[in-house]
Design a protein around this ligand. Structure first.
Ligand code: ATP
Ligand code: ZN
Length: 285
């Protein structure tokens, strides 16, 4: 039987979220703390636990068919892999930062300076696109301490909240790239494997779509239903059922998390009452 081989990070920021994504797709796998690979319980999937930096290479070589890794690593490694889907977790950015006490007037001031980074390829592309020539110091970890130990004038590093930069006396001045976890695949997978990948992507989409939506129930006077239906188009149209109380209806629909509070406010203005909002586990369109 054909098995799809999936590479995930052995231990790090992506590990638990990758395993949780599989679980929410109904696929049980163990964590990689004590092993190199494991078979999933109820899907023809074998999981390889690797360092995240090695995942693009393994997927390009076909040792793994697919992988979960940060877009930042995919771009940096420049391997022949196909990005199948953004996964919506481990969002971060790769940013340039300088010493807090320096004034910043633009990327041009980095000309001739030393910039420490673990992402020399991405940084080099960025600097070239800005027409700035600087010296790139490649270091593999603790990039944020480079300016304070005199190794560099600036850094190009992963940021999510900026607190690590702050505690090291640095300030973020430019976003070089935005990143999130992505699903990558070997180009031209054989058809049985491509088929399994389609099934997996179908499940991931159902889970991720559900995460971005809420189920909403509310009561409203019948003369407000046209406006409320306009605010809650749902997947097709809202379900409207009469209440026992004369002249009132119950409306059920699906709404987007992104515009949640705006929609709730508009519904209240329109006359909705007794609004209930419920999470959705899976959503298939
Ligand atoms: P490994 O030992 O596997 O090489 P690592 O130290 O290179 O691990 P992690 O720090 O676990 O990597 O980060 C893995 C990925 O998670 C990064 O490549 C990036 O895409 C994302 N990431 C890194 N830092 C953050 C953060 N602060 N917030 C959100 N996502 C992040
Ligand atoms: Zn790494």
């Amino acid at each position: 039987m054909t098995t799809l081989k999936l590479a995930i990070q052995k231990s790090g920021r992506l590990s638990e979220k990758s395993i949780r994504l599989l679980q929410s797709c109904g696929i049980q796998v163990s964590n990689g703390t004590s092993r190199l690979k494991a078979a999933a319980d109820n899907f023809p999937l074998e999981v390889l636990y690797l360092r995240d930096d090695d995942i693009p290479q393994y997927v390009a070589d076909g040792v793994a068919d697919i992988g979960i890794v940060g877009e930042n690593v995919v771009t940096e490694k420049q391997k022949a892999v196909t990005t199948v889907e953004p996964l919506g977790f481990s969002k971060c950015r790769l940013s340039l930062a300088i010493r807090r006490e320096e004034t910043y007037q633009g990327v041009a001031q980095l000309a001739g300076k030393k910039i420490a980074t673990s992402y020399p390829v991405i940084l080099n592309q960025y600097l070239q696109s800005k027409g700035v020539s600087a010296q790139i110091e490649e270091i593999s970890g603790s990039v944020e301490i480079a300016p304070s130990i005199g190794l560099a004038d600036a850094v190009c590093d992963i940021v999510s909240t900026g607190s690590t930069l702050m505690t090291n006396g640095l300030k973020e001045v430019e976003t070089v790239m935005k990143s999130q976890a992505v699903l990558i695949a070997t180009p031209n997978l054989p058809s049985e494997k491509a088929n399994l990948l389609d099934q997996l992507v179908f499940r991931i989409n159902a889970v991720n779509r559900a995460r971005k939506h809420k189920y909403i129930l509310l009561n409203a006077p019948n003369d407000t239903l046209a406006e409320i239906s306009r605010l809650l188009p749902g997947m097709n149209s809202p379900t409207v059922t009469p209440l026992a109380r004369e002249g009132w209806s119950s409306v059920h629909s699906v709404m987007e998390e992104d515009s949640f509070w705006e929609t709730i406010e508009a519904l209240r203005q329109a006359g909705a009452e007794g609004i209930l909002v419920v999470p959705i586990e899976k959503m298939i369109v």
